[in-house]
Design a protein around this ligand. Structure first.
Ligand SMILES: Nc1ncnc2c1ncn2[C@@H]1O[C@H](COP(=O)(O)OP(=O)(O)OP(=O)(O)O)[C@@H](O)[C@H]1O
Length: 278
């Protein structure tokens, strides 16, 4: 999808993550196997913010799990820095929709968990935890336990916990969909700020919310069909759509609402769309 990653200071740099003709089927028996994804080709370059949009059951989570090494592809390859991915790695962070915080640990301890579990001493990681906690605005809540936090705070802790160990890429599966609309908008801005402020931060976010996909993504991928495939890959620059009442934004939004809408077959709703570029 992106070509600028291949030339970097004159030396070749493979994408952080890539899918090469990836297919995923579930079920062991060939007769009962269900092909969730087929023919997926995708590059995630360093510094990209990719959003994956699709309707429910379209295969978005499956694609993210493949990219995170949680499940292996049935055929094709998932490459991490040009090398086949063999299972999960701390270099790929993952944030889920539901709260996955440890209820018996405080905010601070949850954020430091990735270090502790690797056997590091607190003095080795305390400064890093401090910095991340400050960055996500959770320092005042450092001694709180998850049950004392709001939904938005919990997701901020989850994001902070993943970012703390400095993964090469952060994968986010509908991280804000359990939150109300106002909070969702706030956390979208928060995530965008983190991406902009952190040099070469690379993010892949799955959502069924068209507005979220456009506001956050710099590259937007639509997944759908049977079996699931990449129906569209659109290059957008976040800056083009700084105003969500922008004409181009509204046109793109309307087009994508049609694509992921509940009515009709997803492929029938597709219309040619010029690639928008910043
Ligand atoms: N472990 C599994 N075993 C069998 N089928 C599965 C498994 N995981 C996913 N599927 C099927 O693959 C298809 C894609 O599922 P997936 O969870 O990737 O969709 P999604 O786009 O993320 O949906 P949602 O937005 O509802 O989470 C669905 O039909 C689902 O039932």
């Amino acid at each position: 999808m992106s070509s600028h990653s291949s030339v970097h200071h004159g030396s070749y740099q493979p994408p952080v993550l890539a899918c090469q003709n990836v297919a995923k089927a579930f079920g062991n028996h060939p007769k009962s196997a269900f092909t969730a994804l087929a023919g997926i080709n995708l590059d995630v370059a360093r510094g990209d913010f990719v959003t994956i949009l699709g309707r429910s059951g379209g295969g978005k989570s499956t694609l993210l799990k493949l990219l995170g090494g949680f499940i292996p592809p049935t055929s094709g390859q998932v490459l991490f820095h040009g090398v086949p991915l063999r299972g999960i790695t701390p270099k790929i962070g993952m944030v889920f929709q539901e709260n996955t915080l440890y209820p018996w640990l405080t905010v601070e301890q949850n954020i430091g968990f990735g270090f502790k579990v690797r056997g590091q001493q607190k003095r080795q990681y305390a400064l890093r935890v401090e910095a991340v906690m400050e960055h996500v605005g959770l320092t005042p809540a450092r001694h709180f336990y998850p049950h004392q936090l709001s939904g938005g705070m919990k997701q901020r802790v989850s994001i902070a916990r993943s970012l703390a160990i400095q993964p090469d890429v952060l994968l986010l599966d509908e991280p804000f969909s359990a939150l109300d609309i106002q909070l969702r908008r706030r956390l979208q801005k928060f995530l965008l700020n983190i991406w902009q402020e952190t040099e070469e931060a690379t993010m892949v976010l799955v959502t069924h919310d068209v507005e979220e996909a456009i506001l956050l993504g710099q590259k937007l991928i639509v997944v759908g069909g049977h079996p699931g495939q990449i129906l569209e890959a659109i290059d957008i620059s976040a800056s083009v759509f700084s105003d969500r009442y922008d004409r181009q934004f509204l046109d793109l939004q309307q087009h994508l609402e049609g694509v992921v809408g509940e009515e009709g077959d997803i492929r029938e709703n597709l219309s040619p769309l010029a690639v928008l570029q910043g």
